[in-house]
Design a protein around this ligand. Sequence first.
Ligand code: 4AD
Ligand code: MG
Length: 448
Amino acid sequence: MKYTYISDLKDHVGKEVTIAGWLYNKRSSGKVRFVIVRDGTGICQTTAFKPEVDPAVFETCDKLDQETSLKVTGVVRKDDRAPGGYELSIKEITILGESKDFPISPKEHGVAFLMENRHLWLRSIKQHATLRVRHQVIKAVRDFFDNRGFTLLDTPILTANACEGTTTLFETDYFGQKAYLSQSGQLYNEANAMAFGKVYCFGPTFRAEKSKTRRHLTEFWMVEPEVAFMDLEGNMDLAEEFVEYVVGQVVEKCRNELKILERDITKLECVKRPFPRISYAETQKFLQTKKEEYASSADPELKKLSEDMLKNGLGDDLGAADETAIGINHDRPVMVHRYPSAVKAFYMKNDPQNPEYALCVDVIAPEGVGEIIGGGQREESLEVLEGKIKHHGLPLEAFKWYLDLRRYGTVPHSGFGMGIERMVTWVTGTHHVRETIPFPRLMDTIWP
Ligand code: 4AD
Ligand code: MG
């Protein structure tokens, strides 16, 4: 049996087709039955009128429950009032699988309940729309790099050394030897860049972060470009062009999804280059002013924000509250560069002009989503890098292969990592990052 997808009904107006899907909703009155079917590609209203159809059709319609799987044969009609714009007049309807007491009804449910039923929650219209946007983001990410001559090279998930510090490693037993789930493909990406020039990796990464915020997952997907002979300025140019492209593609290709999600598209349409570039030192002055302004604000949310900002000391990495304050004061992403080297990873190159600061950049999204990109220029000197590894208390032996990249034809190089879920959270206007991945892994969630 060949079924027609609901998204293709426009090509079959006036013809008889069979669609297969699940009951999304139904309505009835004396002589008419409306059976609304979803098949993953769209939603279609199918209709039966008495006495035009066989009484058996009416009987079947009355037996349908939410999420019953079924197939419907009928003629396609264009109808602008129908959801999706096309209707089917039911000639035949068959139940494929029953669905008694589907747990997620159209009424409100608590998030804990929905998360326990994530495998079924995925069928809801908003979850479906969010994950379609995720798909488009991933496609745009790949197109962006593929169209610019980058080679995709996968990096290992099982690794013997830490990339982003040792505190958030998931440890595993590798045939009697300690191994860790990768926090980032960067170190291997650097080796790949020395062989291929422009590369990117895209895969799952793991962080045993004990933070229950709306921005943190323990397993998330990251895309990481790495380019030989590129400096920090070039890295910021690339990040900016990349973010503009991905957001632009979503706005262009996901109109329907963004509408379902009630996303204010004007907020995305202004995401155009150039993005503001502000040094960490400059952000400190800006944040100090905002802290004072918000402390005396009548808005309780801003007052709370200023209290949260106070918890972060001077010279620290930017806290979530600081990022929020930066984000809500700009209409496009902000690139904060040159953080104090003390708060950044061992591989960062120090700024020759001011060695207390690192040649790094974080891209902070507007609307309070926080950091979507982290990256920078890598230290290319063998001696300096060895010193940094020791200073960070990391075992030199484990980095022997990585140091070889500085031993044999070292060059300046840079790259960054973007978390797919943070990006999707921002473009869809979702509150919590957990709704932007089919099966989120959080500190307290590994099921389903
Ligand atoms: O800033 P991070 O830690 O940078 C790196 O891992 C670099 N090695 C990347 C590179 O230069 N190749 O992480 C990069 C991005 C963050 O900006 C954020 O978008 C995302 O990864 N991210 C997370 N997303 C969800 N949950 C978490 N726990 C995340 N931690 C980082
Ligand atoms: Mg970071």
